[in-house]
Design a protein around this ligand. Structure first.
Ligand code: NAD
Length: 250
């Protein structure tokens, strides 16, 4: 039996599937991941932009904004893997997508925002670390384009930051609680396009497994959780996830 057939067989009875998506789901949309040979990690160490440094050092903030601008995240469009999640929802078999991604592409693809749990936040918005004012990333990028290198909050002058969870920041407790509840309540779990090395998110497949849900992993490279999964499909998520979802049509 091919791995993808094994995956479909493992999920055949599942009606409350949770899909955990990582940066690999968005590489086909032109957004580099962190850990691949062409990933962002090879160009800069995101730990250098960790939260305490960002707050302390204007040079770190200038670099972070420059990278935001270079990434053109706002221009990216969803791909086949995002569309596959929408089809799973349309068939009534998706309990939710827990995503490590901050690019907003699941909802751009048409997935109901109520079904998306963005555990690492969103780069579509920026927040003021002093007064909490939340504005769009598009407005911040426009200010960068206008020559500002470290735009400050227009309301109070405080430090602005993408509304994402950086290294050194905790996950928002309510969002994390929802992700755990989804993993605990699902009857099938698919981890797609994630190296499964970033904690605590990498615990979620094991949470699902402890509750008896079959676990499927789809990724280009092996992950540390492959041995704990019921089926492992190594290859392109943009092909494998749609194939899996289409096999679950019946
Ligand atoms: P990661 O970079 O650690 O792992 C991505 C995995 O996806 C790798 O194992 C890689 O082999 C695989 N992959 C890449 N393209 C693939 C493809 N087309 N098909 C199949 N597999 C593919 O990413 P992660 O596990 O999500 O953790 C990185 C952290 O960085 C996340 O927490 C996320 O917040 C952040 N991040 C987000 C984005 C985004 O929003 N798109 C991009 C980069 C990093």
């Amino acid at each position: 039996m091919e791995p993808i057939e094994r995956a479909a067989a493992a999920l055949a009875e599942a009606r409350r599937i949770v899909v955990l998506t990582g940066a690999g789901v968005s590489t086909d949309s032109g957004i580099p991941d962190f850990r691949s040979p062409t990933g962002l990690w090879t160009r800069y160490d995101p730990r250098k932009l960790a939260y305490p440094r960002y707050v302390r050092d204007p040079a770190v903030r200038r670099l972070a904004w420059q990278l935001r601008r270079e990434l053109h995240l706002l221009d990216a469009r969803p791909n086949e893997a995002h569309a596959a999640c929408v089809r799973l929802a349309e068939r009534g078999r998706l309990a939710g997508v827990v995503t490590q991604n901050i690019d907003g592409l699941h909802t751009d693809a048409g997935l109901d925002p109520a079904l998306v749990c963005e555990v690492h936040g969103t780069a579509r918005y920026v927040v003021c670390l002093a007064c909490g004012d939340r504005t769009t990333m598009a407005s911040a990028i426009a200010r960068l384009d206008g020559g500002e290198e470290d735009p400050a909050c227009r309301r109070c002058g405080g430090i602005l930051k993408a509304d994402t969870v950086s290294f050194g920041q905790n996950l928002p407790p309510a969002v994390w609680a929802r992700a755990v509840a989804l993993a605990e309540g699902c009857d099938g779990f698919v981890a797609a396009g994630s190296s499964l090395v970033v904690y605590p998110v990498a615990e979620l497949p094991l949470v699902a497994r402890e509750r008896g849900a079959p676990v499927v992993i789809i990724n280009r490279e092996p992950t540390p959780l492959d041995t704990a999964a019921d089926a492992v499909c190594h290859g392109e998520v943009g092909t494998l996830l749609p194939t899996l979802v289409d096999a679950l049509r019946a």
